[in-house]
Design a protein around this ligand. Structure first.
Ligand SMILES: Nc1ncnc2c1ncn2[C@@H]1O[C@H](COP(=O)(O)OP(=O)(O)OP(=O)(O)O)[C@@H](O)[C@H]1O
Length: 272
């Protein structure tokens, strides 16, 4: 179990959701969520596969349709054009060009973000070199992306997201499929990015032991929020030893509450 000192959260939140609801196809996949994501901290979005983590992230970065309620990101409505350069988003599918090297991939995206010759080219070179170093791929900078392992390709995507020095990083299951050493190294990187650059990180996972590495947690199940708290407060509140046990406790409580609600509806059912 890990205890992480929580930095002060006096500033307005990086993300603020009020009654956030999202409909996808015939289903309501997020139901009236209310939560905040504090600035400069790592907030973990955890819950089982299909509970709505990616949908919530897509809503935050402005790529999700049929979003209702209020969703403010860095003080603006989610999806506002002014937010584009302030958010880095890494999806589950690494978005890199296989026929380019790691450095060429980064050069390409850097040129889109910061076009021009002279000083811009110099700046780009520095940013690209730093981003490759951040994700520990310097020794593979000249390797074709198509020849990299899955974990290395994910790290190229992360490097792309780091290029513009975003204020908010949204990472959709960045450690899935990685070995324990790489997972630990990535989490150390997330912590140094948050601590040294003041970047806010919203990171999803369905691996509960990763919850212990976050400053705050949003625990989700079936499109609803079970908890919005620190790992320590969650463990204390549920009298459990781990976040996984706390999560299971909250799931059981939610199931019991919905059973009670449906049995009292049946017993007080409206007359026919
Ligand atoms: N294009 C779509 N049309 C209709 N429903 C969708 C679509 N994409 C996802 N869903 C549904 O929305 C719900 C939430 O999906 P989402 O991808 O947000 O979950 P998740 O928690 O990120 O899952 P995972 O951990 O497996 O990535 C799921 O029930 C899924 O079936």
């Amino acid at each position: 179990m890990m205890n992480i000192d929580e930095p002060p959260a006096a500033e307005p939140p990086a993300i603020e959701a009020r009654d956030l609801t999202v409909v996808r196809g015939p289903r309501t996949v997020l139901r009236t969520l209310n939560f905040t994501v504090p600035k400069g901290q790592i907030t973990g979005l955890l819950g089982p596969s299909g509970c709505g983590k990616s949908t919530l992230m897509r809503a935050a970065v402005g790529t999700q349709a049929k979003v209702t309620g209020t969703l403010k990101v860095l003080g603006q409505p989610a999806g506002a054009p002014g937010l584009r350069s302030r958010i880095g988003y890494v999806t589950q599918a690494p978005s890199v060009y296989d026929d380019l090297t790691v450095r060429q991939n980064l050069d390409y995206f850097a040129a889109v973000l910061d076009p021009g010759r002279g000083p811009a080219a110099h700046r780009r070179h520095e940013h690209v070199t730093r981003a490759i170093d951040d994700v520990d791929l310097t020794s593979h900078a000249d390797a074709l992306a198509g020849n990299l392992s899955g974990g290395q390709r994910s790290r190229v995507s992360l490097a792309v997201a780091l290029l513009g020095a975003p204020e908010l990083l949204v990472l959709d299951e960045p450690t899935v499929g990685l070995d324990p050493v790489l997972r630990r190294d990535l989490w150390n990187l997330f912590h140094s990015i948050a601590a040294d650059r003041g970047t806010t990180i919203l990171v999803s996972s369905h691996v509960m032991d990763e919850a212990e590495r976050c400053h705050r947690l949003l625990l989700m199940r079936e499109g609803e929020l079970l908890a919005d708290d620190t790992p320590e407060a969650l463990r204390t509140r549920t009298a459990t030893e781990t976040v996984e046990a706390a999560f299971l406790h909250l799931v059981d409580k939610a199931i019991a509450a919905s059973k009670n609600a449906s049995s009292s509806n049946t017993s007080t059912g409206s007359p026919r």
